[in-house]
Design a protein around this ligand. Structure first.
Ligand SMILES: Nc1ncnc2c1ncn2[C@@H]1O[C@H](COP(=O)(O)OP(=O)(O)OP(=O)(O)O)[C@@H](O)[C@H]1O
Ligand SMILES: [Mg+2]
Length: 364
């Protein structure tokens, strides 16, 4: 079901945590809210779920207005049909797995046999049907999180809100569950909002990523769009672009770095207000000295299996990060190198996104 959020604000006392946020989640769409700790992700979710009273704005789920500050309308949480999965495992340890999943259905007066049938269906979906009769305390972290997911899905919520549900799990399990979650979400056409501060997770799970900074959405786009064209230097850094340099002066297709006697060529003329240039480590080519590009010295060389990560100090320039395919021709620490940065791979960016509506004041 479509979720429409208009000009949403939330203040805790005098502190504005969410500042005039606009977002529409399409029916069956997976939106990932990606942003640094404290930027307002959980707060936004709690407003949708009805666990927090916004200080302004409007929220609709399908055709139902569940919150409207203007009219004072606020549908209580339990009537919103919103499923939520949190970071911590909220399972009842003294109940069995299937009882955990049946519980909310039983609270809604669904008959025992029907509730059990539904519970078994979603447990099969998350791959836990074989553990249905086990005590929930005798599960691994990943299994508990699947129980929590199954329980929220059993209610067939109009929208599923997932707040960093995988962050307590180890790296390997995270990756497996991530793929599974995406599969279930797509197969079932679940309308969902997923919160994370892990960019890999965001890229994997999103139809669209909403970058959140300081209580606002500063960029909204497909994973490909956000990855390829971050809207600001701070977003680029957040998306894992480690080479970000301040621009001193830009003229035509050439930018001079602020703190170094070095110029880089860009594919397009740098726009007004361009404050930084950024380049992904994967787009930096490092070769033995004498090839095209800037001369420099390899300071750090880290073998990563299929690739090698370098830090190369350019003569009279900054130190750049590069990730190159491993294999013959790899350079060692201390060796001289040539570093090439193709104009097409250079991102010319403002430091921050400024064209979102400024609404720093707490809504009355
Ligand atoms: N109950 C509260 N009272 C006062 N301030 C709060 C409360 N809850 C959150 N905040 C503040 O609001 C801001 C947004 O918090 P929120 O929990 O939404 O962040 P988040 O993006 O989910 O961060 P994280 O990634 O760390 O979970 C933070 O600065 C936080 O300190
Ligand atoms: Mg949070």
């Amino acid at each position: 079901m479509q979720v429409t959020i208009t000009n949403l604000s939330l203040a805790y006392g005098g502190f504005a945590a969410v500042k005039g946020l606009d977002l529409t989640i399409g029916d069956g769409e997976s939106i990932v809210l990606l942003g640094q700790s404290g930027c307002g992700k959980t707060s936004t979710m709690r407003c949708i779920a009805g666990l927090e009273e916004p200080t302004g704005g409007r929220i609709s789920i399908g055709d139902t207005v569940v919150f409207d500050h203007e009219t004072g309308r606020s549908v209580p949480s339990f009537r919103r049909n919103v499923g939520m999965v949190f970071q911590s495992y909220a399972v009842w340890p003294h109940k069995t797995v299937v009882e955990n999943v049946m519980f909310p259905l039983r609270m809604k007066k669904v008959r025992r046999t029907a509730a059990r049938e539904k519970a078994m269906e979603v447990l099969t979906l998350v791959g836990l049907d074989h553990l249905a009769e086990r005590g929930a305390s005798q599960l691994s972290g990943g299994q508990m999180q699947r129980v929590a997911l199954a329980r929220s899905m059993a209610m067939e919520p109009s929208v599923l809100l997932l707040d960093e549900p995988l962050s307590n799990l180890d790296a390997r399990l995270r990756e497996d569950l991530r793929v599974e979650l995406r599969h279930i979400q797509q197969e079932r056409g679940l309308t969902s909002m997923y919160v994370t501060h892990d960019q890999q997770e965001a890229l994997a799970l999103a139809d669209r990523i909403a970058i959140m900074q300081g209580g606002r959405i500063t960029q909204l786009g497909t994973p490909e769009e956000v990855y390829a064209s971050p809207a600001s230097a701070s977003i680029a850094k957040f998306m894992g672009v480690t080479n970000v340099f301040a621009v001193g002066e830009a003229s035509g297709n050439e930018v001079h770095l602020a703190d170094h006697a070095l110029s880089l060529r860009t594919a397009v003329a740098a726009p007004d207000g361009a404050a930084s240039v950024a380049v992904r480590p994967e787009d930096v080519v490092v070769r033995t000295e004498g090839s095209d590009g800037f001369a420099g010295t390899v300071e750090v060389c880290v073998y990563q299996g299929s690739s090698v990560r370098y830090q190369v100090a350019l003569d009279g320039g900054p130190t750049v990060d590069a990730v190159c395919p491993a294999g013959p021709g790899a350079l060692a620490r201390g060796e001289r190198a040539s570093v090439e940065i193709a104009p097409e791979s250079l991102l010319v960016l403002p430091d921050e996104v400024t064209d979102t509506p400024a609404q720093d004041e707490v809504a009355a």
